[in-house]
Write a protein that binds this ligand. Structure first.
Ligand SMILES: O=C(O)c1cc(=O)[nH]c(=O)n1[C@@H]1O[C@H](COP(=O)(O)O)[C@@H](O)[C@H]1O
Length: 237
């Protein structure tokens, strides 16, 4: 399994969100020396599939973020199908429940010591309290994140995806064990876009994030490599 980053640029995971494989390869080449991991998400995977993962893996370990959410048997099968791509990290939705998380963990174990870090997504960083309430959850995002996080870790998740606003709570309640991967991160002055629960890169790390995920502030910059370097420079070494 991938080791936790010691600090600095190794904590940064740029999200290569594009449907264009050539652009993804160019971004991966430009960003590889300035981050620890590169994220392939739904947009790139739906456009270009396994070859996109192979292409990005040539530059850095890949966080394959497909947010699996289905019955346990189907999620386990999906995990088995993804293992040959050798992702360093994979995501599934904690909301699929403990049997789904446990089935994914069993499937991931087939890769032995080299298995991907299994990350459970809690409450999406794009959701505020009103959006959560619209799904039938009256609790605050923080309370729901903690509930899902406890369940997912008990069921076998190695780590959690949460917003920077819940990272300190999860560290305090769950200790140093679970890896925390934190999107919804915005350098000071950059547009939030559809992200609702945000903080700066340095704030996210101070709150307990092991890795931070940053997409548009890097990929939308005129010079993505320079944007990544300037974010990394704000992270504690
Ligand atoms: O699992 C994720 O990575 C994820 C979970 C979440 O709650 N929120 C979230 O934004 N993400 C991903 O993190 C990235 C954030 O991108 P930007 O908003 O452009 O920085 C996207 O690729 C999202 O799919």
């Amino acid at each position: 399994m991938i080791a936790r980053p010691a600090g600095g640029a190794a904590r940064l995971i740029p999200a290569i969100d594009t449907g264009d494989l050539a652009r993804a390869e160019a971004l991966a080449a430009a960003l590889a020396g300035r981050c620890g991991v590169l994220k392939v998400g739904l947009e790139l995977f739906c456009a270009a599939g396994a070859p996109a993962v192979a292409a990005v893996t040539r530059h850095a370990p890949v966080f394959l973020d497909l947010k699996l959410h289905d019955i346990p048997n189907t999620v386990a099968g999906a995990l088995r199908s993804l293992l040959p791509l050798r992702p360093a990290m994979v995501t599934l939705h904690a909301g699929g429940g403990p049997a789904m998380v446990a089935a994914a963990r069993d499937a991931a174990e087939r890769a032995g010591a080299d298995r991907p870090l299994l990350l459970a997504v809690t409450v999406l960083t794009s959701m505020d309290a009103a959006a959560l309430a619209a799904t039938g959850v009256a609790d605050s995002p923080a309370a729901q994140v903690l509930r899902l996080a406890r369940m997912a870790v008990a069921a076998g998740a190695d780590g959690l995806v949460c917003s920077p606003q819940e990272a300190a709570l999860l560290r305090a309640e769950l200790g140093p064990g679970p890896a925390l991967v934190v999107p919804g991160v915005r350098p000071a002055g950059s547009a939030a876009g559809d992200q609702a629960r945000t903080a700066t890169p340095a704030e996210a790390v101070a709150a307990g994030a092991d890795w931070i995920v940053v997409g548009r502030p890097i990929t939308g910059a005129a010079d993505p490599a320079a944007a990544a370097a300037s974010i990394a420079a704000t992270l504690p070494g």
